[in-house]
Design a protein around this ligand. Structure first.
Ligand code: NAP
Ligand code: ZN
Length: 350
């Protein structure tokens, strides 16, 4: 066992505090990673504040992890000491069910093991729940450790491990590319990487943001069009425009208004996970044969494909690096949509 320093909350309204945690002894297939950077995803906030219910405390969030391999178990073949590696939202899955065999471990029928707040036997993590990347070290089985290609800094790579794959996967699944009109709702952590990836795939990209305040950035990331959803004319102008609309917004939206922006056979994909259910009329879906769908992160092989794609296209996240004692302040700013575009914790400050 080894001791790591971590930042944890101990109640839904609690502040982050520095604590010591135990990481398990390395099994034959385990990799010990010195965490260098951990991104702050809005899901960390939903979990830390128990907005999805079921958070166990103390809770150490963090599933956008980039670091260096510090040690490997006796049978590890995929990674070596010193390698640049990443860990996303998943640290294990059953490996035998249909989704796992198809490489879609995030949909494991027997329950994927999430990087934090997932129940596990106490010998895997003292306390019986996984503890995430807001910590100096983490132990992960080799099959769930990704290689970060040379050419992407570890700091700007960290957010790709969740935000990057969460956008890459549906963009691939719904065939974003030349001739496809793609709209991204919300240009926050997820959205801004989605704009970069969709543009690199060759799609015609539109941002639907609540105001025009980030328009210049959006165009710099590769967006061809940028509209404010606070302006009702936007919904009239864009009716029937898009093949694919990706909703990254963490708050409730009038989803019917957005569905009407789809062309014939278009799909709206839900990525943002607000607390309240959507309300949709069947007639809105029936008209224009529209689909309302959803997507959750991506499998391990596709996450590696995404990292390689981002390295090839020079894509990293736009980040603001913070010290660990500023996590609470960063959370407030994310909730207020005051982030450009991802906070990343520098683990050296722990
Ligand atoms: P974020 O950085 O806070 O970005 C969300 C963006 O949504 C904001 O920047 C803002 O963009 C827009 N927004 C926020 N509040 C709004 C409101 N009241 N009305 C309209 N627009 C609003 O969050 P994130 O880290 O990208 O995560 C977004 C959501 O995705 C969260 O719910 C998170 O839990 C979820 N998530 C899902 C998956 C998955 O696998 N499906 C993976 C990761 C995260 P504008 O300023 O441009 O309007
Ligand atoms: Zn996330």
């Amino acid at each position: 066992m080894s001791t790591a320093t971590a930042y944890a909350v101990s109640a839904p309204d609690g502040a982050f505090e520095k604590i010591a945690i135990e990481r398990r002894e390395l099994g034959p297939h385990d990799v010990l990673i010195d965490v260098k950077y951990a991104g702050i995803c809005h899901s960390d906030i939903h979990t830390a504040r128990d907005e999805w219910h079921g958070t166990a405390y103390p809770c150490v969030p963090g599933h956008e992890i980039a670091g260096l391999v510090a040690a490997v178990g006796s049978e590890v073949t995929r990674h070596r000491v010193g390698d640049r590696v990443g860990v996303g939202c998943l640290v294990d899955s059953c490996g035998r069910c249909e989704p796992c065999l198809a490489g879609e471990q995030q949909y494991c029928r027997n329950g994927a093991v999430w990087t934090y707040n997932s129940p596990v036997p106490a010998e895997q993590q003292a306390g019986g729940r996984t503890l995430g990347g807001y910590s100096t070290q983490i132990v992960v089985t080799e099959g769930f450790v990704l290689a970060i290609p040379e050419g992407i800094g570890l700091d700007v790579a960290a957010p790709l491990l969740c935000a990057g794959i969460t956008l890459f996967s549906p963009l691939r699944h719904w065939n974003a590319g030349p001739g496809k009109r793609v709209a991204i709702i919300g240009m926050g952590g997820l959205g801004h990487i989605g704009v970069k990836i969709a543009a690199a795939m060759g799609a015609e990209v539109t941002v639907l943001s609540h105001s025009l305040s980030k328009q210049e950035d959006g165009r710099r990331f590769g967006a061809h069009h940028y509209y404010a959803t606070g302006d009702r004319d936007t919904f009239k102008k864009l009716r029937g425009s898009f093949d694919l609309i990706i909703n990254t917004v963490s708050a409730d939206l009038p989803i019917e208004d957005y569905l009407k922006l789809l062309r014939l056979d278009g799909s709206l994909v839900a990525l943002g996970l607000p607390e309240k259910p959507y309300t949709v009329r069947a007639s809105t879906l029936a008209g224009f044969r529209r689909s309302l769908s959803g997507s959750m992160i991506g499998g391990i092989a596709q996450t590696q494909e995404m990292l390689d794609f981002c390295a090839e296209h020079g894509i990293g996240a736009e980040i603001e690096v913070i010290a660990a004692d500023r996590i609470d302040e960063a959370y407030e700013r994310v909730v207020a949509s005051d982030v450009r575009y991802r906070f990343v914790i520098d683990a050296a400050t722990m």
